[in-house]
Write a protein that binds this ligand. Sequence first.
Ligand code: HEC
Ligand code: HEC
Ligand code: HEC
Ligand code: HEC
Ligand code: HEC
Ligand code: HEC
Ligand code: HEC
Ligand code: HEC
Ligand code: HEC
Ligand code: HEC
Length: 393
Amino acid sequence: MTSRDPIQAPWPRKKTATVMAGCLALLFLVAAGLPLTAQAANLEVLAPTPSSIIYARKPATHIIVRLSGEDEKSLGQLRIRSGDILFSPQGSWSANNSHFVHYQVPLKPGENSFEVLPAGKKISVKYRPLRSLLNVDFDAKGVFLFHRDELLPQNCTPCHDPKKIKTGNGVSNEPQPLCISCHKSVLENVSWQHSPALNTQCLSCHQKEGQPLKVTIPGGKVETVCFRCHTAKKAWLGKAHIHGPVGTGDCTVCHNPHGDNNHSQLWADGKAELCVACHTDKKTLLQKEGGPKRIHGILTGAGCIACHDPHATQNQFQLTKPINELCTSCHTSLAGITRGHPVGGHPVEGVKDPRRPERMFACTSCHNPHGSGYKFLLIGDILGGHVCSQCHY
Ligand code: HEC
Ligand code: HEC
Ligand code: HEC
Ligand code: HEC
Ligand code: HEC
Ligand code: HEC
Ligand code: HEC
Ligand code: HEC
Ligand code: HEC
Ligand code: HEC
């Protein structure tokens, strides 16, 4: 652990392995009963506030501890303990006769307890993973919002200088290196980064309306934030069939606003894996075991989005085309027919479906588009005429 000049310092990144080795050594020292001098009295936890609820997408938070006075020796011993794991600081810097010791610690859903060693100060916080913003009340008592009252507490400003914020008229699209001095981690370990986050235009989404120096989380209908730049996508809301979460304005239930490991900053593969996370009844379609005997070939390739648009279309079930047109765009031998399949003169559209009175006849009157237990993805066994007898008694 080193003391460095504020901000210019390169971040001392440690490999987990060395941190763990350090942990073991320290545990040994503790066990051997060596005198540990840091006193609770001159040690203060600046963030997070104890017993608060932390909502975040990434299961991690920062702990910032201030050690007053010149006590270099105890500084060298400071660790955070969570269960059997000890965390070394990411770095420590000095200003105003105090040391500011910085940690980044992982969180698990629910209760998390930490102890600052050797002083014995306890920190406990509740972690609730954040994905949809719809049901989160950020104004609720006990929710930890670091920027709730002011941009930054005075404690931080000797090194993280808020004068570096570049505001504009209205929402600021300026790059904000200040934010990144504390929030590098929102951009780390992701392979698909969202352009405005990568360019550190953090305030383009996080600036409180009309208050350039207030940071907020854009809760509720996050779509208004997204449509400010993706203006052409507003057209989705005028379509006849809007996908559930798009209709409620919950874009970030699928897209990570900063970046993630899948195409389009999705937190799971958007072709199919993402879909079955909510449409759990369709999960077995993607598994080797437990699903229907026959699976529509396209599912394991292009996936659900071969047929469904994740946002909105003019067709029922957000299909990219009307059903028969969709099917015959791949099964071209049947393209354009209204009659003549599976037997001469048989309609494939244009009449009412006797099995589904509210629907018109379509390829899906006889075929299940996802998978089925029967040959040719039929809704019944073709042997013995079982499929025919669903409509013809
Ligand atoms: C001095 C360090 C620091 C700076 C500078 C900073 N933040 Fe934070 N911010 C934090 C800490 C600490 C938290 C609590 C969560 C955590 O531990 O990461 C936080 C939380 C947040 C949150 C969650 C809501 C909240 O209020 O807790 C948002 C959003 C956020 N910061 C955005 C920003 C943006 C945008 C900027 C630049 C204008 C910025 N931050 C600058 C330290 C900082
Ligand atoms: C004495 C100087 C100093 C003070 C005071 C200080 N910090 Fe820092 N902090 C730094 C430096 C230097 C860095 C590394 C910046 C970099 O890597 O660009 C840093 C980095 C951070 C990070 C990023 C850690 C990471 O994951 O990369 C966070 C979060 C942070 N500070 C929060 C705070 C908070 C909150 C306060 C006030 C309670 C505070 N700091 C006060 C010097 C300071
Ligand atoms: C495109 C809009 C957008 C941009 C740009 C953006 N954010 Fe966010 N950010 C959000 C939304 C929406 C949330 C709410 C949580 C979620 O959906 O992940 C959020 C949540 C956060 C949080 C809360 C903790 C968490 O992980 O959920 C932090 C911290 C944060 N943003 C920091 C930043 C920083 C720093 C930048 C600039 C590098 C930035 N954001 C850029 C939209 C944005
Ligand atoms: C400040 C402007 C801005 C805001 C606000 C914004 N975006 Fe973006 N977004 C961009 C830019 C610029 C790109 C990269 C250019 C492109 O591909 O269109 C991009 C790209 C994307 C992409 C990838 C596009 C692709 O073709 O791969 C997705 C997905 C996306 N944004 C979703 C969102 C969501 C969801 C929100 C709201 C949480 C949002 N954006 C808010 C500017 C913005
Ligand atoms: C149900 C999950 C889901 C929701 C909710 C969702 N998206 Fe998407 N989005 C996707 C998937 C999946 C893709 C990739 C589609 C592809 O690869 O063809 C995508 C692609 C995109 C793209 C890039 C491709 C394009 O069409 O230009 C943008 C931009 C985008 N989404 C913005 C948004 C915005 C804005 C919202 C909220 C109004 C939103 N998304 C809501 C799943 C979702
Ligand atoms: C965050 C959860 C979520 C994800 C992820 C999700 N959906 Fe949905 N989906 C919904 C909700 C909610 C509805 C609306 C259900 C309703 O109205 O009964 C819906 C409706 C649908 C419908 C219409 C169902 C009907 O009976 O009208 C289709 C089709 C659909 N989703 C396909 C997809 C596809 C394809 C994906 C992946 C790209 C996907 N969904 C991802 C939540 C999700
Ligand atoms: C080959 C095209 C195709 C593919 C691929 C596809 N679907 Fe469908 N899906 C359809 C059609 C067509 C319908 C309408 C069925 C009907 O008319 O009865 C439908 C209906 C649905 C419905 C509403 C009715 C129901 O069965 O619950 C949901 C939800 C749905 N699909 C989700 C998915 C998901 C999730 C995936 C990926 C695992 C997927 N679909 C893959 C074509 C497809
Ligand atoms: C994006 C292209 C695509 C679309 C759209 C599509 N399919 Fe397919 N379909 C395939 C592929 C690929 C196979 C697997 C071919 C194989 O196994 O020989 C397949 C197989 C089938 C089979 C089984 C054929 C056999 O010999 O067992 C049937 C039946 C079928 N599809 C019907 C439909 C219906 C009905 C629709 C519309 C709801 C549809 N398909 C939409 C690509 C598509
Ligand atoms: C009245 C019920 C019925 C309707 C409607 C129907 N099919 Fe079929 N389909 C069958 C039966 C039965 C078979 C079994 C093979 C056979 O006897 O030709 C079959 C076989 C198939 C096959 C696999 C064998 C082949 O010919 O390649 C495909 C692909 C197919 N249908 C696609 C479609 C498409 C696309 C539509 C809509 C345009 C459609 N079906 C509408 C009953 C139907
Ligand atoms: C989903 C319901 C449905 C299924 C399953 C179905 N049919 Fe039909 N069938 C119809 C309807 C509707 C008509 C048109 C009746 C009318 O014109 O009033 C029709 C018409 C026919 C006709 C008369 C065609 C003509 O030239 O007018 C024959 C023959 C026939 N079906 C045989 C079959 C056979 C064989 C099967 C099984 C392979 C089958 N159908 C499966 C609904 C179905």
